[in-house]
Structures are given as C-alpha cells and as structure tokens.
Design a protein around this ligand. Structure first.
Ligand SMILES: Nc1nc2c(ncn2[C@@H]2O[C@H](COP(=O)(O)OP(=O)(O)O)[C@@H](O)[C@H]2O)c(=O)[nH]1
Ligand SMILES: [Mg+2]
Length: 375
C-alpha cells in the first residue's frame, strides 16, 4: 500500500504538474491538492486561515503525510506539524526521499546520504535555537555540550562519507564493467519529472508496474527486458530532472543518473505540451546536465511526448525552436494513445544497431559479494 498525502503546492499548472510527478516518484498517493499563491508565510508557510481549513480536512481525508512543495524552515515545519499533528515533508525532504529510493550504486547512495546530512546541517542551527527556547521536541533543555555533540555528529558523519566517496570512485570503473549486464544492449529513459518517462516505459514494456505494490517498492523494477525485432534489450527508467534543484543536491542527482554514461541509447523524453518558454529552459538544462555527466550526444534520441495534446503545426514549430530539426534524432509520440510508438521502436532498433557489440555476450560478471554487518 502506498502512503497517502495531501499536497500543498503553488497555484499554477507547471508547479502542480511537477509536484504530482515528485509525489509519484517518491511513492505517495495524493488524495487532495491544495494550491496557493504564497507558500512562505512566516509562521506556517501557509496563511492561518488555510491552516484552519487544512485542519478540518484532515478528519475526513486522513493522509499519512502532508507534502509542502516549498522549502520550510524548521520553525515553520514545527509549527505546522504541531498544530496539525501530522508529519510534514517539505520540498527538499521529498526530493531526498526520491533520490534515496533511486540510488543504485554504493556511490550514489553515499552522495544521497551526504545531501541528507547537508539538509540536516542547514537546519541544525535553527533547531538548536528552537530547542533553547523549549520549542523543539526531543531537544528540551539542550546544553552547550549537547549542541556541540549534535553538530560534531553531523560533521563526523559527513567526513566519513567523504572518505568513503574518495575510495568508491576508484571502484567506479569496476562497477560499470559489471553493469554491462550480461552483454545485453541497454536503453535508458531520461527527462524532466512528469514528461512521461514512466508512461512510456510502461507502453514499451507492456507492464503496469505500479499496480503491484510489491514490485513498486523494488528498485529493480525500473529495469526490464523488451524485445526489439527478436533481440532482447534492457530498458531502464531513470530519476527525473527537477526544476529549482538546490545546489547541494546536484551531486546526488547526477550520481543517480550515472548509468546513462554506459547505457547504449538514451531516450530523452520531452513534454511537448509545455509552454515554449518552459520547454526551452528544460531542454537546455537537460542537455547541459547530460553533457556534464559525460553522456555521448550521438546516442540520444529525443521524443516529443504528449503530442496528442498539441497540433501538428505547434509540434514542428517547437521542434525547430529546440533546433532538433536538422541535427538530432527525434520523433513526436504519445505514450498514452500509442501514436508513433512503432516508429520509436524502429528508431531505437536502428540506433542500437549502430552500437558496436564488442562486449562478449557470454561473459557473466562475478556476482557482487555482500557482507551483512550485524548492528
Ligand atoms: N496526454 C498525455 N498525457 C501523458 C502522456 N504521457 C504521459 N502523460 C501523463 O503525464 C503525467 C506524468 O507522466 P509520468 O509517466 O508519470 O511522468 P514521469 O515523471 O516522466 O515518469 C501522467 O499524468 C501521465 O498520464 C501522453 O503521451 N499524452
Ligand atoms: Mg516516473
């Protein structure tokens, strides 16, 4: 069973679309949406009237958590949580949950832990201040000594992770080799949150992965086998790009996309129903990030998804604005209606055909040895 949530987000279409995508990626079922123009009121983030409305709603909706699509200070989070008697997840905490779910390699797990500690550290000062005023539960009557212990503990954990990260980068090459995945060719889906990656993944694999709660919680369900012209290929869904990503999370985000470096074809999913401005902004940041990670341009296929929502003319106009027309492999599709999915399969097949298959198909990588430490 998915945890349920009330989502509080901004009063515009783009914010709502992304916030729903983030909730989905973190595994929450949104039972109710509250949209508001201002989410940074000093006491609760929301205005007091809205908080009262929210309080009334809780009795009937009974969510597991409230998701607040803005960054909350510890004091705001505490005020809201204590008046509503609910767990509040702010935007950054939500994003960190997504990264935590999606971190696959030991390195990306470490990068995510590092980002989580930075989140905690950035709130530590105010938490201590609140504690001194007796307003932070679990921190009552904190003394100078305890404050030092608290800060040092976070710092030590960060240093520990830094050390491990330094070591793990030497293991990267090894890791990548093992991920050649028994010689299968591989495809990955990349793109912004809510562009339609998961829908396309399901359309291509014919799987409704979210129907099964057991499968849903298993990370490996983001990779599946598909058949393209009689050959088996592995396809992976990746973590979505996120607008307004705080700088301290960029490293963690990039490390969860690490697999794109050694995947054979990257399908960049673009939501063509976005406004021209939004489209250009997202496209630019997508391309530059993929470039920074080290993804080869030649293996990208651009799909303009949700083409069922816009006219043919608009599609070609937007495609030329993105400079896709002449120098890129691209295709307008709809993951919902199935428009051009057969053509996409052919395009992928052709792109894979150009990949030199130098890897020995029968060479099975050694299984990873896992050691379980007793706590
Ligand atoms: N109209 C339309 N909606 C789509 C299409 N593809 C995805 N969607 C919708 O867009 C939303 C986000 O899709 P999702 O696959 O979860 O995006 P992801 O965050 O990239 O995985 C969902 O409500 C989908 O139903 C499409 O081709 N056409
Ligand atoms: Mg998705």
């Amino acid at each position: 069973m998915k945890d349920s949530a009330i989502l509080i987000t901004y009063d515009n279409k783009d914010s709502l679309k992304e916030a729903l995508g983030l909730c989905d990626a973190a595994g929450y079922e949104v039972r109710k949406i509250i949209q508001h123009r201002i989410l940074n009121k000093s006491k609760y983030g929301l205005g007091e009237g809205k908080v009262d409305e929210l309080k009334e709603m809780l009795g009937t909706i009974k969510p597991d958590v409230i998701i607040f699509d803005e960054i909350l200070k510890p004091s705001q989070n505490y005020n809201l949580a204590s008046t509503l008697k609910m767990n509040i997840l702010d935007r950054e905490a939500l994003i960190l949950e997504i990264f935590e779910r999606r971190a696959k390699s030991s390195e990306s797990t470490l990068q995510v832990k590092m980002a989580q500690l930075r989140y905690e550290m950035s709130r530590a000062k105010e938490k201590v201040r609140l504690a001194k005023m007796g307003e932070q539960p679990g921190f009552m009557g904190i003394g100078k000594f305890e404050v030092d212990v608290y800060f040092n503990d976070i710092k030590n954990r960060m240093n520990g992770i830094k050390l491990k990260l330094a070591k793990s980068s030497t293991q990267r090459a090894l890791h990548r080799q093992a991920r050649k995945r028994f010689g299968f060719k591989t495809i990955s889906l990349a793109g912004y949150t809510s562009a339609g990656k998961t829908t396309l993944f399901n359309t291509l694999t014919g799987e409704e992965k979210e129907e099964s709660p057991k499968l849903f919680t298993t990370l490996s369900t983001t990779t599946r086998k598909i058949i393209l012209k009689n050959s088996e290929v592995l396809i992976s869904d990746t973590v979505g790009f996120i607008s307004r990503l705080p700088a301290y999370m960029v490293q963690a985000f990039k490390s969860t996309l690490e697999e794109l470096i050694y995947t054979d074809v990257v399908i960049v999913v673009i939501d063509i129903s976005d406004t021209a401005l939004e489209l250009r902004k997202k496209f630019k940041s997508c391309i530059s990030t993929l470039d920074e990670i080290g993804v080869n341009k030649d293996k990208m296929i651009f799909v303009l998804n949700k083409s069922d929502l816009v006219s043919k003319e608009e599609i070609s106009e937007k495609a030329s604005q993105l400079d896709l027309i002449n120098n890129r492999k691209w295709l307008a599709i709809s993951s919902v209606t199935g428009f051009n999915i057969a053509q996409l399969r052919t395009l992928i097949y052709q792109a894979l055909d150009n990949v030199p298959s130098t890897e020995k198909k029968n060479e099975i990588p050694k299984p990873e040895i896992r050691i379980n430490y007793e706590d």
